[in-house]
Design a protein around this ligand. Structure first.
Ligand code: ZN
Length: 289
């Protein structure tokens, strides 16, 4: 944690990982299997308190994918997570109980981001309205196809959602009509003080959000699954087209990818990180594979 009590601070954690073919991440240079660590954040705001941003895996994912149709999910992305690695246990090791949190921000409802949600009952959930509507409406194979395991989603989600980004998913049609905005990203000021912003990152998943945090000494832009590996962003290499099977919107994904390339060139000093990128792990003090 950055120690200045007057500014927002954050800390990165990882809870488990899954494996997939590296060629999916990097069709040009990928070899063998890649590990996708499930990284999440603890954020401390001086007035608004403690928040988690995503939760990583929990052994609950392994239980929930014992049966069909969720079993297909476990086959597609074999997951590895121990009890002592969960967000709840790692927070407990830093002296934080689930009830100490002011809320939980969910980037999107893919299982590797939300498998720990049930460990944090009652607290408010902040997510995109489109993501919430999708997670509440999908069922069976439809849920699996969208990367959602319903057993991991709290039954009272609708009642607990306090803040949602109402400006629905950025319309690609609008962007097409307005070429000047082709490389723009939209941010929403979460607390109204400019310290923490939620970024709309459409394409990978319905209503996907990233988070930008301005600490005392740097700006973090944690752009979740908009890119899996920073080196592919820098080289302009898109993931394998096979991801279209479960991505929400491939055209929107490519637009977001271009916007992030532009962002990196415009703000080279910002710490641009992604949930599953190996570089992100170097910023986790407790990371111990
Ligand atoms: Zn995802």
């Amino acid at each position: 944690m950055v120690s200045n009590p007057t500014t927002v601070s954050y800390r990165l954690f990882a809870s488990g990982y899954c494996t997939a073919h590296d060629r999916i991440v990097d069709p040009k240079n990928g070899r063998g299997k890649a590990r996708f660590y499930a990284v999440w954040l603890l954020i401390e705001h001086p007035q608004h308190g403690l928040f988690v941003f995503d939760t990583g895996y929990s052994p609950r994912f392994l239980e929930a994918t014992q049966h069909f149709p969720d079993k297909f999910y476990g086959w597609a992305t074999p997951a590895f997570i121990k009890n002592e690695e969960t967000a709840m246990v790692q927070l407990a090791q830093t002296g934080i109980k689930p009830s100490d949190l002011s809320g939980m921000i969910i980037s999107h409802f893919h299982a590797d981001h939300v498998a720990g949600m049930l460990d944090f009952p009652k607290i408010p959930v902040i997510c995109h309205s489109a993501a919430m509507q999708q997670v509440l409406s999908v069922k069976g194979f439809g849920a699996v196809r969208h990367g959602i395991v319903k057993a991991l989603i709290p039954n009272d989600l609708r009642e607990r959602v306090r803040i949602i980004t109402e400006d629905s998913v950025i319309s690609n049609k609008a962007i097409m009509r307005n070429p000047d905005e082709l490389f723009s990203l939209q941010f929403k000021d979460l607390f109204g003080d400019g310290s923490v912003e939620l970024a709309q990152l459409p394409g990978h998943a319905c209503g996907q959000l990233g988070i930008r945090i301005h600490t005392a000494d740097h700006t973090l832009f944690f752009a979740t699954d908009a890119v899996w590996r920073k080196s592919t962003l820098e080289a302009g290499i898109l993931p394998s087209p096979t991801v279209k099977l479960f991505f929400d919107d491939w055209a929107a994904y490519k637009t977001t990818f271009s916007a992030l390339r532009n962002y990196q060139q415009t703000f080279p000093t910002h710490r641009l990180l992604f949930t599953h990128c190996p570089e992100t792990l170097t910023h986790i003090s407790s990371f111990n594979p």
